[in-house]
Design a protein around this ligand. Structure first.
Ligand code: PLP
Length: 376
């Protein structure tokens, strides 16, 4: 079975094999692995040990996002969130429930956010301290530009948080060149191609130092995690029991990442996957949701065919019988199905998948493959 989902993703056999040992996280043989993973993630983010640090938090991407919001945005303070899609909505939800004030900025979800719109919103409300940007919006498939948005945030003297959960490892990042950036967040799965189970941040040390006491949560506090790493007796261990096997798999996944050629090579493979998929779907008579020039390399949403025989769960079940698993839900306004282009997947896999789609559409008796425009 291959997963064509934008997380969890298909992993390589070496990564799965790295999970097969029992590990005690405080063991002296394990600590260097944890330290090495942190060093490698810091380098991938473009950070240096003088100014930035990579930290791990048990759990998923939402946990890392909640921890970042609690750590860097003081309680009762405002964070401007351009509503680029479902993951931006989730960031606003996390901020609100944590007692921070999300300031939603409605935007066209089928285009990259414009830095001018951010600059204007910040100029209109001087009490906004932070901007929260989703780098690759997994809901829509559009990639936004943290460097361009960051420049607007910097010019306005505010701070930036970036949800890079479906971007990190594939899309470029250079935290050193963005002094307005407090932190980027990501996970062990998605573009790093390891197992789910760990959230990460690469954060500015000065921001972490200034954030002590903000979180209002012991579990979700990157400032406390940072302080823990400095303790001589912590020995580079976790505050609480981590999924050590997952971390070991991340270490192996990073070996494979390096062997592939790092971020540029990974991006090139995902881009090719997305291109083969996008053009292949069009050749099958289906309509991708996004225009070609804004289609990102991480996930492609395809409009549900306007045919009475269309049934997403049946489509998913039949594809699964031929060895391909896609999501049985969608995050677009109009009905669609979503196909992830990330994980240990090649353009040849995409060609195989397209053949399976053609066959399943025939089995289901779908005649009209053009976009379904849902009734409101
Ligand atoms: C997957 C994802 C998340 C959430 O990650 P979970 O591990 O499912 O909690 C957050 N943001 C983006 C952009 C994502 O793609």
């Amino acid at each position: 079975m291959k997963l064509l989902t934008p997380g969890p993703v298909t992993t390589r056999p070496e990564v799965k094999a790295a999970m097969t040992q029992d590990i005690a996280p405080w063991d002296n043989e394990f600590r260097p692995i944890y330290q090495a993973v942190r060093d490698r993630l810091l380098r991938i983010a473009g950070g240096t040990p003088e100014t930035h640090v990579a930290l791990a938090l048990q759990g998923c991407g939402h946990f890392a996002m909640e921890a970042a919001i609690r750590t860097f945005v003081p309680v009762g303070r405002k964070i401007l969130i351009p509503l680029v899609g479902s993951y931006a909505d989730r960031m606003a939800h996390l901020a609100k429930d944590a007692g921070r004030i999300p300031v939603p900025l409605p935007v066209d979800q089928e285009r990259p956010v414009s830095p001018a719109a951010i600059a204007q919103a910040l100029a209109e409300d001087q009490s906004i301290g932070h901007v929260g940007l989703v780098y690759s919006e997994t809901g829509s498939g559009v990639v936004h530009d943290p460097a361009a948005i960051g420049a607007a945030v910097r010019a306005a003297g505010r701070r930036l948080l970036v949800d890079a959960v479906s971007a990190f490892g594939a899309l470029p990042l250079n935290v050193a060149s963005q002094p307005e950036l407090d932190a980027v967040m990501f996970t062990s799965n998605k573009c790093l191609e390891a197992m789910p189970g760990l959230g990460f941040t690469v954060a500015r040390i000065s921001s972490l130092q200034a954030a002590a006491g903000n979180a209002g949560s012991w579990s979700f506090d990157f400032a406390d995690i940072y302080q823990h790493t400095l303790r001589p007796d912590s020995g580079g261990s976790f505050r609480f029991t981590p999924p050590a096997q997952v971390l070991s798999a991340v270490h192996t996944a990073l070996d494979l990442f390096d062997a592939e050629g790092g971020q540029p090579a990974r991006l090139a493979r995902y881009r090719q996957n997305a291109d083969v998929l996008y053009e292949g779907m069009r050749a099958l008579g289906l309509d991708p949701c996004l225009a070609r020039d804004v289609q990102g390399p991480i996930i492609v949403n395809i409009a549900a065919p306007d045919d009475p025989a269309w049934d997403l769960q049946r489509f998913v079940d039949l594809l699964k019988q031929s060895g391909w698993l896609i999501s049985n839900f969608y995050n677009t306004a109009q009905p669609s199905f979503r196909v992830g282009c990330i994980g240990a997947i090649t353009p040849d896999d995409m060609r195989g998948f397209l053949k399976a789609v053609a066959s399943v559409l025939t089995t289901m008796g779908i005649r009209n493959r053009r976009a379904c425009r849902a009734v409101a």
